[in-house]
Write a protein that binds this ligand. Structure first.
Ligand SMILES: CC1=C(CCC(=O)O)c2cc3nc(cc4[nH]c(cc5[nH]c(cc1n2)c(C)c5CCC(=O)O)c(CCC(=O)O)c4C)C(CCC(=O)O)=C3C
Ligand SMILES: [Fe+2]
Length: 388
């Protein structure tokens, strides 16, 4: 939205009028929220079509695809992600109701039904033209930020082709919004406390999705230092370890690791892999690990397979005690944080002064991405919610 000039009575009168029409709420000008996510298969017959959609033109080797198909089939061909997102939608709705904000929450996926384009079409059919996107990913890189912005651009473009004009904004990447970061700190602290209470000495192993090194190198603003994805995770892991140590009165050692590597073996991805690292820790005499999946928002396939199945097997082989703590999922502090972020973004859209709480106290990511931020290294494509 254009900033309101104080002297322009006409503009102010217009804004007042639309505020009246909208019922004057803290989410004005947004008429709907769309939870924007990855999607996943819901049955065995959906696994291969889903995987083909995810990997179209991405150079993922066939063996890796067959492997990943196995992971899904191991769970009856159903990913947990859609149920988890539906539960999050319900929780968001309840929190919005609690605050007297009568705004619908839709789900729109990249790779499975309900697709983002269909969700936005439905919003338009119901008379909504200004929609706020909250993605299920907290950090900054092409996969977790710009790719969703490209999805939004494609959806809006398709809908314009049908004569439907919508506007979509998104909330800032929320890795350091307290609703996400503090909820993770509490969860990790509780896990470490449990190990201490059982007489063990907890070692914190933080874990996130691996990326091609080139994607991490180029993550963040084009004129920035790069490696924003790994730096965000490192910074959050460090403050959580510090906070848990202070709360529990003992210095906890910790490391950041990666899981779910894909791509050809010749392509370097972020390391250490969580399994390799568990082996190394075991060789150093570590017996009790708290595995904290701070890179993920819910317990989807990467978590239940790559961590609860594979990493757990590694730990069993090593005779290590591994406690995998939950993701934020539908945790109340997290859900309240998402609603706070939506309200913050709406105030920003109304050109009001906004408070942008952060923990750790590094800068908030902008809700409108900088030009060239987190680039698509394969091909430049239009992206919404940015200044490029
Ligand atoms: C950073 C990141 C997140 C977190 C941010 C976010 O949430 O978006 C994420 C989430 C997810 N990734 C998921 C699934 C997959 N990711 C793949 C492949 C890839 N992920 C990548 C990165 C990320 N991925 C990358 C760089 C690739 C390589 C190919 C490419 O450049 O795109 C493949 C292909 C097969 C494979 O090789 O694994 C699958 C099936 C699911 C659904 C899980 C479920 O079904 O429960 C979710 C939530
Ligand atoms: Fe992925």
């Amino acid at each position: 939205m254009e900033p309101v000039r104080a002297a322009d009575d006409e503009v102010i009168a217009e804004l007042e009028e639309s505020l009246q029409e909208s019922g004057r709420n803290d989410l004005y000008p947004y008429q709907a929220i769309v939870l924007t996510s990855f999607g996943g298969p819901e049955g065995p017959e959906e696994v291969m079509p889903f995987l083909r959609r995810v990997t179209a033109g991405r150079g993922i080797p066939d063996e890796r695809l067959a492997d990943v198909a196995e992971h899904y089939l191991h769970f009856g061909g159903k990913s947990p992600i859609n149920d988890q997102n539906r539960a999050l939608v319900e929780k968001l709705r309840a929190e919005l109701d609690r605050r007297g904000l009568p705004v619908p929450v839709l789900l729109g996926n990249r790779n499975s039904e309900p697709f983002l384009t269909d969700a936005l079409r439905q919003a338009h059919e119901e008379g909504m033209a200004q929609v706020l996107s909250i993605t299920t990913s907290a950090y900054s890189c092409y996969s977790s930020c710009r790719q969703y912005r490209e999805d939004i651009a494609v959806a809006l473009d398709t809908l314009v082709g049908e004569g439907r004009t919508l506007h979509v904004d998104k909330v800032r990447q929320y890795w350091n919004h307290p609703g996400f970061s503090r909820a993770n700190a509490r969860i990790v602290t509780e896990g470490a406390r449990q190990v201490l209470d059982g007489g063990g000495r907890p070692y914190l192993v933080f874990v996130t999705h691996s990326l091609p090194v080139a994607m991490d190198d180029t993550s963040g603003p084009g004129d920035g230092e790069g490696n924003l994805y790994s730096r965000q995770h490192y910074e959050l892991a460090a403050v959580i370890a510090g906070e848990a140590s202070a709360t529990l009165g003992t210095t906890l050692e910790w490391d950041l690791t990666y899981c779910s590597r894909s791509g050809p073996p010749s392509q370097p991805w972020l390391v250490p892999d969580v399994n390799d690292h568990l082996r190394e820790l075991s060789a150093r005499g570590v017996e009790h690990v708290v595995l904290a999946p701070i890179g993920f928002v819910s317990d989807h396939m990467e978590v239940v397979f790559d961590l609860d199945t594979e990493a757990m097997e590694t730990a069993e082989e090593l005779g290590m005690q591994l406690l995998r703590v939950p993701t934020v999922g539908t945790d109340s502090e997290f859900v309240m944080g998402l609603v706070d972020l939506a309200i913050e973004r709406a105030a920003e859209a109304r050109s009001e002064d906004v408070e942008q709480p952060t923990w750790p106290g590094s800068e908030p990511r902008p809700s409108i991405c900088e030009p060239g931020c987190c680039p698509n290294l394969r091909q430049a494509r239009p992206a919404a919610c940015g200044s490029d």
